[in-house]
Design a protein around this ligand. Structure first.
Ligand SMILES: Cc1cc2nc3c(=O)[nH]c(=O)nc-3n(C[C@H](O)[C@H](O)[C@H](O)COP(=O)(O)O)c2cc1C
Length: 366
């Protein structure tokens, strides 16, 4: 696997749910309201971030007591910015692809093509039960997501779209207007066998939980080999919880405090739900299947990526991820506005400098 010559992209988690990104009683100077988020989006685009990802949650089973709906919320962030791309989560089941395709096409028209979608397949059974949605087995959820993605793409690119799936049917359907160009990119979240195979067939982007460079490399190699066989190309985004401080000791102390102040009841409740969802995948390798208590304090295993230390250490680790084929780093922070600004000012320029050096070496070798 060779690294891409493109610059690695940066995204941040939109805090459109309450309680921050770690299940801990440590102070998190992060708001979930729209004023905080508009300002955050502006800070992000002024400081080198390319994307923001908003989350879908219908009920809270652990923290995250209040949750704004991601499509409406993403549109508000797009209206407050000029360059940032905003990725709205969609959950097949509650969302129907005809409505989603039209909703996103309109937002794309209104924002010069800056909206994208993240198709999430669901892990929280209690949430589906609460809203009266049938809960499918793990791999069935991915079969449905794949049809959902094929339907979105078909509606966005074809006239007289006809599709006969097990979950969705379209007959001679023409969406007008279609989305603006570039077409909305289609991201997906999940790490199981079914998630990887779906990415290798239909998604533009594969988003995975945090992990070590070696473990991420295994996923990248697997997906890219399969995608090549399918004549498809897919980009890779990796989650990380960043703690960038002037000294490594300060950064490590913050991580220690997050863990010491973790809310055990909420972490265990979350762990119970997600491990059931992961183990439900036949091979037992889904997201969270290997997560420890400490890992679970950050919802998407963000500590495992180890972007914790000085700006220099973090920049080197990001370039190491790029070298195994990662195209985007998705970041969570304790104090979002302050830390997105610090990260953009202190870390991203170091990454760009390292990338430029690598590109010079690569050209010299070619
Ligand atoms: C970056 C990322 C973002 C996700 N966002 C959401 C979300 O907003 N809402 C949700 O219910 N699940 C979300 N998920 C969960 C996945 O869609 C999926 O259900 C979960 O990772 C379990 O997948 P697996 O068992 O196939 O690995 C996200 C996952 C990742 C990696």
């Amino acid at each position: 696997m060779t690294a891409s010559h493109d610059q690695i992209k940066f995204a941040y988690w939109v805090p459109n749910v309450s309680g921050g990104l770690v299940i801990s009683k440590i102070e998190q100077r992060t708001g979930w309201d729209i004023d905080y988020n508009r300002r955050l989006a502006q800070i992000a685009e002024q400081n080198g971030f390319d994307y923001a990802l908003s989350q879908i949650r219908f009920t809270a089973g652990y923290g995250a007591e209040f949750q704004h709906e991601p499509v409406a919320f993403s549109h508000a962030l797009l209206a407050a910015t000029t360059k940032l791309k905003v990725i709205a989560a969609l959950l097949p089941g509650p969302w129907n692809p005809a409505v989603a395709a039209k909703q996103i096409a309109t937002i794309s028209q209104l924002t010069e093509g800056r909206v994208a979608v993240n198709i999430v397949s669901g892990w929280f059974r209690g949430e589906f039960t609460a809203i009266g949605e049938p809960w499918l087995d793990h791999d069935e959820r991915y079969r449905r997501s794949e049809e959902f993605i094929r339907a979105l793409r078909g509606i966005w690119t074809q006239d007289n779209f006809t599709f006969r799936g097990d979950f969705y049917r379209f007959s001679d359907y023409t969406l007008k207007p279609k989305p603006a160009h570039p077409l909305p990119e289609i991201f997906q979240g999940g790490s199981s066998r079914a998630a990887r195979d779906m990415a290798a067939r239909v998604s533009d982007w594969y988003f995975t939980n945090g992990n070590s460079v070696a473990e991420i490399k295994k996923q990248v190699d697997d997906i890219r080999a399969k995608a090549r066989a399918n004549n498809h190309s897919v980009k890779i985004g990796v989650n990380a919880f960043a703690i960038a401080r002037d000294t490594e000791a300060e950064a490590r102390a913050v991580l220690d405090e997050i863990i010491v102040k973790a809310d055990p009841e909420a972490v265990n409740a979350f762990g119970h739900e997600v491990k059931n969802a992961g183990k439900a995948s036949p091979e037992g390798q889904g997201n969270w299947a290997q997560s420890s208590f400490e890992d679970l304090v950050q919802y998407n295993d963000g500590f495992k990526t180890n972007l914790i230390g000085t700006p220099e250490q973090i920049a080197e680790r990001i370039v190491a991820l790029k070298e195994v084929g990662v195209d985007l780093v998705l970041l969570g922070f304790l104090h979002f506005q302050e830390e997105v600004e610090y990260f953009g000012r202190r870390v991203i320029p170091l990454v760009r400098a390292l990338e430029a050096k690598t590109a010079v070496h690569a050209e010299a070798a070619e």
